[in-house]
Design a protein around this ligand. Structure first.
Ligand code: AR6
Length: 169
């Protein structure tokens, strides 16, 4: 899999799937979640509600898929990051699950290109450096015959610098 870094807004990315840093309610929120729902339109929330009615809340580390509505992507994969609580081992495992489960779900949808935001590094306060190490490790370790390209979309300067270094760019 090819790995790329883009600085900017994930709602503008033309990929088969973009990943949303959601919360377990799946009903939207601030940060990247708010931006995706705002730009993607009501269809995304309608499908999130259908998922809620079918399976209940989405657990931390798990992932579900909806349409991308008005966005240039085809799918939004909603994964629920972890709130940083100083339990490094447990939080790291849960954040790693976000990347693994999103990639597995993407494969099942025959996704060739997927874009990730820096999950949990905003409202959920996960340390950016550690979150970046986990993200890069999980993507690099994921063996796929289907996914061809993974794009890390960094919104803030600090994450951009961290990912540039981690990816040797
Ligand atoms: N495109 C790409 N990245 C973005 C964008 C954007 N448009 N906007 C923000 N970011 P956060 P979390 C970056 O807080 O920490 C929500 O309310 C931002 O700079 O969006 O996983 C949810 O509903 C940061 O690096 O998500 C949950 O309740 C990264 O996205 C909660 O926040 C993640 O920040 C989830 O918190």
């Amino acid at each position: 899999m090819k790995i790329e870094l883009i600085k900017g807004d994930i709602t503008k990315i033309k990929a088969d799937a973009i990943v949303n840093a959601a919360n377990s309610s799946l009903l939207g929120g601030g940060g990247v979640d708010g931006a995706i729902h705002r730009a993607g339109g009501k269809q995304i929330l309608d499908e999130c509600m259908e998922i809620r009615n079918r399976q209940g809340k989405c657990k931390t580390g798990e992932a579900v898929v909806t349409t991308a509505g008005n966005l240039p992507a085809n799918y939004v994969i909603h994964t629920v990051g972890t709130v940083w609580n100083n339990n490094e081992e447990k939080s790291s495992e849960l954040l790693a699950n976000c990347y693994k489960n999103s990639l597995k779900l993407a494969e099942s949808l025959n996704v060739k290109t997927i874009a990730f935001p820096n999950i949990s590094t905003g409202v959920y306060r996960f340390p950016k450096e550690l979150a970046g190490e986990i993200a890069v490790r999980e993507v690099e370790n994921f063996q796929s015959e289907i996914i061809e390209k993974v794009v890390f979309v960094c919104f803030d300067d600090e994450n951009e610098m961290i990912y540039k270094r981690l990816l040797n760019l």
